[in-house]
Ligand binder design. Sequence first.
Ligand code: 5GP
Ligand code: ZN
Length: 117
Amino acid sequence: MSDNCLFCKISRGDIPSRKVYEDDELYAFHDIHPIAPVHFLVVPKRHITSLQDVSQEDAGVLGRMTVLLPQLALEQGCRPGPEGGFRVMVNNGADGGQEVPHLHYHVIGGPRPWKRD
Ligand code: 5GP
Ligand code: ZN
């Protein structure tokens, strides 16, 4: 947990968000500026700055996150099968275009066109 981190605050409920999913280790919520009909973020509750900072002890939670993503994508309105699908995007560090320094997976989908194709 990091006191000054926006996504730590959101995942522990100190700052409101539109929740998609929560368990002991993970929190998912709608992006405040969606770029597609479906756009939510999934974060580990434990503060990890980016994929540049993961260690072996994070393998379990990140594995669970991978299994959870397609499930949540369908629940949020992404279409199944090859004609449907969704995009998963993870920005890491300044060169990677990361704006919020708490590891988060964007899940983006729904019928096109999107605001940014
Ligand atoms: P990044 O550029 O770091 O990969 O993405 C940060 C994302 O967080 C952006 O898509 C932005 O819209 C979203 N975001 C920033 N601040 C907030 C907030 O306070 N609440 C929510 N729900 N999303 C936020
Ligand atoms: Zn954090």
